[in-house]
Design a protein around this ligand. Structure first.
Ligand SMILES: [Zn+2]
Length: 307
């Protein structure tokens, strides 16, 4: 198993969900051992590594902060990159927030498909969890446990006729992510819109980039999946787990969790090296099968220049 990067650049542009500020994102190939690194091209390419120690305040989206430089709403883009097994990449941005686009990870998957995968010469390193770690707040909890592959289980429960209890469980890889999660969109409750706006949030929110739940229905149907909400929460979870900085060999179970618990889990995990080891060996055949399936799909994508 070798490290990967993308084969060619791709880019997109749009407004940020919370700031409403427009910006461009360019995905750029990166050498081995780079990891996933955001660069603020409007600030002399200032780098912000997508790693647990750079997590900033986390409320309705995950933000990274390094030396006072902020980068917001990283989770959907990181979920796509991490699920596709891209180890090394520069994400060049000229604004403070990743564009929300259609509220899902689908547009980022399209960028990654356009970019393709390039295998590098260095062996891939995995963060293999050896001992369980759990974090909870009231009836919300999240745990990470030893496993031979990267698997997530995500349970949500919202008191709404279209949501209720939803659960997603899967081995994370390019194909499962593409088919099960990538198209699931951000959602919010109509009753929360005014309070969130008053907090300076969702300034870029619209019916084009978020499902809005009314008292007993939705404002802008149809849904892409009957359980789109649970699927989107699993997408968010994977995007936050990307902050582990290496591919995980672990099983993660989230029960009514959110960005705050997700990132607390990652930070506590990284802070205690007795809980994990770094290895270049996987024994899980599933991981290999996923990788090969992805490369097969990508090889069918015609190479096109530029963005
Ligand atoms: Zn989300």
């Amino acid at each position: 198993m070798f490290q990967t990067t993308i084969a060619r650049e791709s880019c997109t542009a749009g407004v940020g969900l919370h700031t409403g500020v427009g910006g461009r994102v360019r995905l750029v190939p990166a050498p081995s051992e780079t990891g996933i690194v955001f660069r603020r091209v409007d600030l002399d390419n200032f780098p912000i590594e997508a790693q647990g120690h750079n997590v900033a305040r986390v409320s309705y989206a995950t933000s990274l902060m390094k030396q006072g430089v902020l980068l917001s709403t990283t989770e959907h883009l990181l979920a796509a990159i991490y699920s596709c097994g891209i180890d090394n990449i520069f994400i060049d941005m000229d604004s403070i927030e990743v564009p929300i686009l259609d509220g899902s990870a689908e547009p980022f998957m399209q960028m990654l498909e356009h970019s393709g995968v390039r295998k590098l010469r260095r062996k891939r390193r995995y963060l293999k969890v050896l001992k369980a770690l759990e974090v909870s707040e009231g009836d919300r909890r999240i745990g990470i446990y030893p496993a031979e592959e990267f698997r997530v289980r995500c349970y949500v429960d919202f008191p709404h006729p279209l949501v209720g209890q939803q659960e997603v469980e899967m081995v994370v890889g390019p194909d499962t992510f593409r088919h099960l999660l990538a198209r699931a969109r951000t959602f919010c409750f109509e009753r929360d819109i005014t309070p969130l706006r008053a907090m300076g949030l969702i300034r870029g929110g619209s019916l084009e980039n978020a499902i809005v739940l009314t008292q007993d229905g939705i404002m802008n149907g149809p849904l892409r999946f009957p359980d789109e909400f649970g699927r989107h929460k699993a997408l968010d979870l994977i995007g936050d787990l990307a902050l582990a900085g290496l591919p995980l060999l672990a099983r993660v179970e989230a029960h009514k969790a959110g960005h705050s618990l997700h990132t607390q889990l990652v930070s506590r995990l990284l802070a205690d090296p007795s809980l994990w080891t770094i290895t270049t060996a996987t024994t899980g055949e599933a991981v290999h099968a996923e990788e090969q399936a992805y490369q097969t799909v990508l090889s069918q994508v015609p190479a096109t220049p530029g963005d």
